[in-house]
Design a protein around this ligand. Structure first.
Ligand SMILES: Cc1cc2nc3c(=O)[nH]c(=O)nc-3n(C[C@H](O)[C@H](O)[C@H](O)COP(=O)(O)OP(=O)(O)OC[C@H]3O[C@@H](n4cnc5c(N)ncnc54)[C@H](O)[C@@H]3O)c2cc1C
Length: 353
């Protein structure tokens, strides 16, 4: 938004930026370094408003603690703010403490860089059951976000993570890694203690489409295999490729790399078995969640998820097959932990595993 500024040539251009994540800080930096400012044509005065007391947005409260290279972006952002030519105003929420009317009165221009803080809705029955959480909340917890309670109920042996993007990989990796591996990071102590005491043995990541349609990036995918004492488990029946997949593999380096990585893991997994690990990370494709459910013994609590089996439609999209499966957590101990999965040719509740 911009407003004509009275006597703008006699005073600095006043700019408000809302949101002090990387977009807001870099926008401020670029403005102060613009040619017009450098040449002395005009001066710019920047107020950077942030809802939280501290800046850096999702770099601070989103990126996982075991990604120090990305977290390190904070150093570059800090240098910009530390110069002293940008005024940082924390604890100010646009829409509550300030309105557009205020900005119109006091500024020549406003930049909104408020990011995307909310989860996409998963509109299926049972999503509100105890034990079902949005990824944004869990991420906020392990990054020590001030608005999220410090305790997290890490009580499950088997956990499903729905989605095939990097946030799903972050969440799955943080859940399945042995907590001691995180001690070299800036993980908050309460998070370390909770992860250390977690009884988890199996984390399952589910995606609607096939291995050539994942939204991971190659580095983040390969990183999964670096976790100590964690086996990656893949399912041959999930490796389906249509014409669009073949074309994507041919023409897109990233997709080719990821499909190769996944296929190699599948082959290695079925080669001579090594000593099994105590934890497993399962990657499932062509699974669309239909319902999260409880059972008579655990009313109101998540005990399993029903999925519809999908198939590729030739364009890289998917359509339902009408077959459904249910994953159920089984009481399990150590290495024998498994998830029961059974395909049925009906859409009704599958038989108990
Ligand atoms: C879980 C997760 C993991 C990620 N991991 C990586 C990774 O490994 N590598 C990578 O490159 N990227 C990663 N990203 C993406 C990266 O964090 C974002 O691309 C980046 O932070 C976006 O910057 P932004 O400034 O647009 O938004 P944000 O970082 O979201 O910053 C927006 C800021 O605006 C503030 N704000 C919002 N509303 C208001 C308001 N009304 N008033 C005042 N202030 C407000 C917020 O508090 C926040 O500080 C990850 C993202 C998530 C969610």
């Amino acid at each position: 938004m911009s407003n004509s500024a009275e006597n703008s040539s006699k005073r600095p251009l006043r700019v408000a930026i809302v949101g002090a994540g990387p977009a807001g800080v870099y926008a401020a930096d670029i403005l102060t370094k613009s040619n017009e400012v450098k040449d002395g044509d005009f001066e710019v005065s920047i107020d950077l408003f942030e809802a939280y007391p501290a800046p850096y947005g999702l770099i601070r409260y989103g990126v996982a603690p075991d990604h120090p290279r990305i977290k390190g972006i904070v150093n570059a952002l800090h240098k910009v703010l530390d110069r002293g030519d940008i005024r940082f105003l924390g604890n100010v929420t646009y829409g509550r403490d300030l309105t557009l009317h205020d900005f119109r009165s006091f500024y020549d221009a406003v930049i909104f860089s408020t990011g995307a803080i909310n989860d996409a809705e998963l509109d299926i029955p049972g999503v509100g059951l105890q034990g079902s959480f949005g990824g944004a909340d869990f991420v906020s917890w392990y990054d020590g976000h001030p608005d999220v309670p410090r305790d997290w109920p890490l009580e499950a042996k088997e956990i499903a993570v729905i989605g095939n993007g990097n946030v799903a990989l972050d969440v799955a990796r943080m859940l399945v890694k042995h907590a001691d591996e995180l001690l070299v990071t800036e993980i908050p102590d309460n998070v370390y203690q909770a992860l250390k005491n977690s009884p988890v043995t199996d984390v399952h990541v589910f995606g609607r489409r096939g291995p050539a349609q994942v939204k991971f990036t190659p580095l983040e995918l390969r990183e999964l295999s670096h976790a100590r004492d964690v086996d990656i488990v893949l399912y041959p029946e999930d490796f389906e490729f249509d014409e669009a997949s073949d074309e994507a593999i041919r023409s897109n380096n990233q997709i080719r790399t990821m499909v190769n990585t996944l296929t190699n893991w599948l082959v290695e997994e079925h080669a001579e078995a090594e000593e099994p690990s105590s934890r497993r990370l399962h990657l499932h494709f062509l699974h669309s969640p239909v319902e999260i459910h409880d059972d008579a013994d655990h009313p109101g609590k998540v005990t399993g998820i029903k999925f519809e089996r999908m198939q590729l439609d030739g364009t890289g999209n998917v359509k339902g097959t009408g077959s459904s499966s249910t994953t159920r957590s089984r009481p399990s101990t150590g290495r024998s932990a498994t998830t029961a999965r059974r395909w049925t040719n009906s859409n009704t509740t599958p038989a108990a595993a």
